[in-house]
Design a protein around this ligand. Structure first.
Ligand SMILES: [Zn+2]
Length: 278
């Protein structure tokens, strides 16, 4: 069944009103959801850093134990050479063995130096891990309190949100797919979440750019869906204002101007009265 453009616009206006109510609920939460997300990301980053340091430490420890084995092996060799020294036949042989021992002892010194340096590295990494863990525990407290705060806000509006969700599904179901797609895209691109607006005081209700009179007339006719030339939002209707509607037909320009200024004075008086009662 084909529905008229006016009906389509009505459906869109209804959907926009539901979505705007959802936006209002979400707005109350402010930056909290984003702050929670940021903290979670930050904490995940710290966890990664800690496990990176830990695997670095265990790598260094593995290397150290390999070096310790080398020291033990060298010690054994030195002991064996020293035994051989007891049974050497000549000076040349003695000197050769002595040289071997000397080289091995130098190697051991190098190995020991390497282990010392590695231990310094391990200590530094352990200190870094401790520092990161302190940050983690602090940030975790932040996260817990922010999450609790957010949960309260979500709980408060849960019923309303659920109702709106059902309503939205129902409303969206009546709109044809292509139009709904454009609507959703417009809404996602608009910072204020408005995809469907009225012309108000001669301007687009979304971007406040002027809508030419002929276009306004076309919008009023509702023969086709018209969008704002500047922001692309769907212009559902033209809001009528008392001043605009004041009959100026058959009167002179001066009378019209007087009527307009009288209306302005009345509006100002009303505004003053309203602020006085506040
Ligand atoms: Zn616009």
């Amino acid at each position: 069944m084909e529905i008229s453009v006016a009906q389509k616009l009505e459906l869109l206006v209804n959907l926009q009103s539901i979505d705007s109510q959802v936006d209002e609920i979400t707005k109350v939460r402010g930056d909290l959801p984003m702050e929670v997300q940021d903290l979670e990301d930050e904490l995940a980053g710290y966890d990664t850093r800690v496990s990176k340091f830990q695997s670095e430490i265990s790598g260094i420890k593995d290397e150290n134990s390999a070096t310790k084995t080398k020291i033990k092996d060298s010690d054994k060799l030195i002991a064996r050479y020293k035994e051989q020294l007891q049974n050497v036949k000549n000076n040349r042989e003695y000197e050769a063995i002595e040289k071997e021992i000397e080289t091995l002892e130098l190697d051991i010194q190098l190995y020991e130096k390497k282990i010392k340096e590695s231990n310094v590295k391990i200590e530094a990494r352990e200190k870094e891990i401790e520092a990161v863990r302190n940050i983690i525990s602090e940030r975790s407290k932040d996260l817990t309190s922010k999450k609790a705060e957010l949960e309260v806000l979500i709980k408060e509006s849960q019923t309303d949100e659920d109702t709106l969700k059902v309503k939205r599904e129902e409303a969206a179901g009546h709109i044809d797919e292509r139009l709904l797609f454009s609507y959703n895209r417009l809404r996602n691109n608009a910072s204020n979440g408005l995809a469907v607006v009225n012309v108000r005081r001669g301007a687009c209700g979304g971007c406040f750019n002027v809508v030419p009179p002929q276009r306004q007339a076309d919008i009023r006719e509702k023969k086709k869906i018209i969008v704002c030339e500047h922001c692309g939002r769907i212009l559902a209707d033209v809001e009528q204002l008392a001043e605009v509607e004041a009959p100026v037909r058959g009167r002179g320009a001066a009378a019209a101007a007087a009527a307009a200024s009288a209306a302005a004075v009345a509006a100002m008086a009303a505004a003053a009265a309203a602020s006085a009662t506040e």
